[in-house]
Design a protein around this ligand. Structure first.
Ligand code: PMP
Length: 390
């Protein structure tokens, strides 16, 4: 067995697929010390820069003083605190304009929230329709679910699959923002199909929540969608800057998750202090400071794209249009992506190279993520370092 694993690891290395971890010695921020070196980082999902916001950090400390360090048990035993409930109530209110009468349920991570939603709603007798570019945790949820799984690559393909499905119940699952591309899924069209075929639409808004829509309420609000069929998963460790996730949905759906979702029931509740910190973070996201930070992100994004476009085109690479602070630079070849990342690294700039299986073979890329705490000079430094590459 050990020989086999060693051989597999060598094969990965030969294909430039080995992944390495780096150690950050400072808080998440555009300027970090990584592996002991000061770096300008374009790799975090802390889009609004709230992970080190003084109000959020103070709320975390206050939460720990009030509730202690850990929750001590799962939600259904004794781990569900006042702070968790306040967070869920706030998230329910935030999502009520898109999901009438919404109730919300908090989770320790988005991975667990998606596993919960897909397995609990995709049981026997339910066909699960999963978008081809979905995040690994939606895919894993569909693999674990007892219902039949089908993968769709377009709205038309989904329409065909729904038409021919004879399952009594149907669940459609999609990322709202594709995490390696930054663009929005055609959610209005998917919702129309869900309405026509009496299906639920599970939307993973990991990268839209906090960033898109009025008050940062996310992709559904951005597109003005509203339906009882929507099941929204949002993460709280990205734009919200802390950790965790939530599912917001019709109260019957949420009650079903509480009663049956194994990755909700059989795990220790997240520390209540995190929920307390998240209340402060949600205030910032919905308030003036959130607006200011979202406006800054838009300016930085335009500057980045304008600065890189001629150089990218001259190389025959691609800078696909993005709806979010995730800007991919698609170079295709794994080694080219690694070489670019290495050159940036040598210049003190950290941008991750993303390779298969995270993205499709032949679409290796740099995944540049912007943060509202970046400055125009930071973006200029990135553009200069990239365009200096031969
Ligand atoms: N969905 C998407 C689209 C994601 O990008 C991620 C995180 N990379 C998750 C879900 C999982 O969220 P979490 O990190 O909170 O587990």
């Amino acid at each position: 067995m050990l020989d086999y694993l060693q051989q597999q690891l060598r094969e990965r290395e030969a294909q430039a697929l080995t992944r390495v971890r780096r150690q950050a010695g400072t808080p998440t921020a555009p300027r970090q010390t990584i592996d002991g070196r000061p770096m300008l980082a374009f790799c975090s999902n802390d889009y609004l820069g709230l992970a080190q916001h003084p109000k959020v950090v103070a709320a975390l400390q206050e939460g720990a003083r009030r509730y202690g360090a850990g929750s001590g048990a799962s939600h259904l035993i004794s781990g569900h605190s006042v702070a968790h409930q306040q967070l869920e109530d706030r998230l329910a209110d935030l999502n009520a304009p898109c999901i009438p009468g919404a109730r919300a349920l908090s989770f320790s991570t988005g991975y667990m929230a998606n596993l919960a939603a897909v397995t609990a709603l995709g049981g026997e007798g339910t066909d699960v329709f999963s978008e081809r570019l979905n995040h690994a945790c939606l895919i894993d949820g569909a693999r674990l679910a007892r219902g039949r799984k089908q993968v769709f690559a377009s709205v038309d393909e989904l329409a065909d699959q729904l038409r021919t499905s004879t399952a009594p119940r149907k669940l459609i699952a999609t990322d709202a923002v594709f995490s390696m591309d930054g663009h929005l899924a055609p959610l209005a069209e998917l919702l129309a199909l869900a309405e026509r075929h009496d299906a639920l639409l599970l939307v993973d808004d990991a990268h839209g929540f906090g960033v898109l829509g009025p008050q940062g309420r996310g992709s559904l609000a951005h597109l003005g969608l509203r339906s009882e069929r929507l099941v929204l998963m949002g993460t709280l460790g990205k734009a919200a800057g802390v950790a965790g996730a939530f599912v917001a949905a019709h109260p019957v759906v949420v009650e079903w998750l509480i009663q049956t979702a194994r990755s909700y029931i059989f795990t220790t509740a997240a520390p209540p202090a995190l929920a307390h910190a998240l209340l402060a973070s949600l205030d910032l996201i919905a308030g003036e400071e959130g607006e200011r930070r979202r406006a800054q992100l838009e300016l930085l994004q335009a500057q980045l794209v304008d600065g890189l476009q001629p150089w990218v085109q001259a190389r025959g690479w691609q800078l696909p249009r993005s709806d979010t602070p995730i800007q991919p630079l698609v170079v295709g070849d794994n080694q080219d992506a690694l070489d670019l990342a290495a050159r940036l690294d040598a210049a003190g700039i950290r941008v991750p190279a993303i390779r298969p299986p995270t993205v499709a073979p032949g679409t290796a890329r740099l995944r540049i993520t912007l943060c509202a705490d970046h400055t125009a000079d930071d973006v200029q430094a990135l553009v200069a370092a990239l365009t200096a590459c031969p």
